[in-house]
Unconditional design. Structure first.
Length: 95
């Protein structure tokens, strides 16, 4: 199982665009055969800050995820609406 945590911050005034992009991506990723979980969250006290908890069955499932055309399109579009140059990824291991 591969587990990661992605995070980014929407630019002020871009909250709706980011929410729309995330809704579309979430729907597609959850249909990937190797996706176990794809759960987007916002900070309660800072809703422009996004966190996405992701789990994939194995390396092949993650490779399928990161090479999907809709993922490239999402990342290109997201870049115009966030503070960072891209999502910050943190790989997790179960304790």
């Amino acid at each position: 199982m591969l587990t990661l945590f992605a995070e980014f911050t929407a630019l002020p005034g871009h909250e709706e665009q980011v929410a729309d992009l995330m809704a579309g991506l979430t729907e597609k990723v959850r249909q990937e055969p190797g996706n176990v979980q794809f759960l987007p969250f916002n900070r309660e006290d800072f809703p422009r800050r996004w966190f996405v908890f992701e789990q994939y069955l194995d390396e092949d499932a993650f490779h399928t995820h990161i090479t999907a055309e809709y993922g490239r399109e999402f990342n290109a579009a997201l870049g115009e609406h966030i503070v960072e140059s891209g999502s910050e990824l943190t790989w997790l291991i179960q304790a």
